[in-house]
Design a protein around this ligand. Structure first.
Ligand code: SAH
Length: 354
């Protein structure tokens, strides 16, 4: 039993069942008992490991993709280099190292980070020493200028709502109490319409998810892209129209019951990239494996392998496989590239785009 479980039960007794989104937000970001606010979640000693923590190649290739797109757009300066949810700052550190030799890139950039956890902000400050990053509380504070942005495993942490269709009606899934324990239930009142238009024809028994918390991010990004150009690379696990119950808890690198230990396990949901792209006309979409391969990860991996032997070589080869292989992260993880409609297509995506 976690302290947060007690807090949430008290709240449910007082106010009634809460939405899955409210539950997720409390579990991840409760100021004193939330997952991200109380523990270092990443790496071997944490609960999960992310692509930039697996290998420097991930950040290097993201950096080169951004820099090439910046050059293709005429090297606009000043511009914003931004990251949403930078974790330990590893991805941004690799991006900055890989772009050091691109003339004018560092001189023209303003480095902006968006991070909710004060503990992780401190880690980012240490990792990115010497680069003078600025943190913004709200994405609306992104400067009004060309925007080059990355977000890896950020959107999967935003709270989702879940709905179930029964007898033709949609009801929201809620977290309430059963015999004193946290338990899933359904709202007594149906929602007036389908949770989103694309789900209107879904059959009885369907479970669907929406993520309204993602909208202000995409709106702020596309507004800057439309006005000034740039590129946003959003990497996450999920699909083009996610369906079904994808809420998942991870603890000690293994799946766990999302209601068992609120605040101690990481909670995420698949990202629905179709909803995220919001019909944006310059949306490019591919798998992480295809993206990294198109950007030249095989050549980069071979080059790095030349200096390695023994266990270090073995783990480098394993990291390459882990990032790109379809059986590992290569096809479950997707890359959404949002660019300005009149810009050259960003590198890494097939010429057709999505
Ligand atoms: N991008 C990093 C970390 C991914 S974990 C990596 O790839 O390793 C998710 C990150 O997003 C963490 O830094 C977490 O604290 C941050 N985060 C989650 N929800 C957030 C929110 N609502 N606002 C700002 N940051 C958030």
């Amino acid at each position: 039993m976690t302290a947060l479980a007690e807090t949430l039960k008290r709240r449910i007794r007082a106010d009634g069942p809460m939405t899955v989104a409210a539950y997720m937000a409390e579990c991840l970001m409760h100021p004193t008992q939330g997952y991200y606010t109380t523990r270092p979640p990443f790496g071997a000693e944490g609960d999960f490991i992310t692509a930039p923590e697996i290998s420097q190649m991930f950040g290097e290739l993201m950096g080169l993709c951004l820099a090439q797109s910046w050059l293709d757009q005429g090297a606009p300066a000043p511009f914003t280099l931004a990251e949403l949810g930078p974790g330990r700052g590893t991805l941004m550190a690799d991006i900055l190292r890989a772009t050091r030799a691109v003339p004018g890139f560092h001189a023209g950039m303003r480095l902006i980070l968006h991070e909710a956890s004060p503990a992780l902000r401190d880690v980012q400050k240490a990792t990115l020493q010497g680069y003078a990053p600025e943190w913004i509380e709200d994405v609306s504070a992104l400067p009004d200028q060309p925007l080059f942005l990355v977000a890896n495993e950020f959107f999967d942490a935003l709270p989702i709502h879940q709905y179930v269709r029964l007898g033709g009606l949609w009801r929201e899934r809620l977290v309430g109490l059963q015999g004193g324990d946290l338990a899933f239930g359904l709202s007594p009142d149906p929602t007036p319409a389908a949770p989103a238009p694309q789900f209107a024809a879904d059959p009885d028994g369907s479970v669907v998810e929406t993520c309204p918390a993602a909208r202000p991010y995409v709106a702020a990004i596309t507004q800057r892209l439309a006005r000034h150009g740039g590129l946003a690379l959003i990497v996450d696990y999920g699909g083009w129209r996610s369906k079904g119950d994808t809420l998942q808890a991870l603890k000690d690198h293994a799946f766990a019951d999302p209601l068992a230990e609120p605040g101690r396990a990481d909670l995420t949901a698949h990202v629905d990239f179709e909803a995220l792209a919001l019909g944006w006309p310059a949306a490019h979409y591919t798998s992480q494996g295809a993206f990294l391969t198109a950007l030249g990860i095989d050549a980069r991996a071979a080059r790095l392998a030349q200096g390695l032997s023994g266990a270090a070589l073995h783990s480098h080869l394993a990291a390459h496989r882990r990032l790109t292989d379809a059986a590992e992260m290569g096809s479950l993880f997707k890359v959404l590239g949002l660019s300005a409609p009149d810009c050259p297509p960003p590198p890494g995506f097939s010429p057709k785009g999505s």
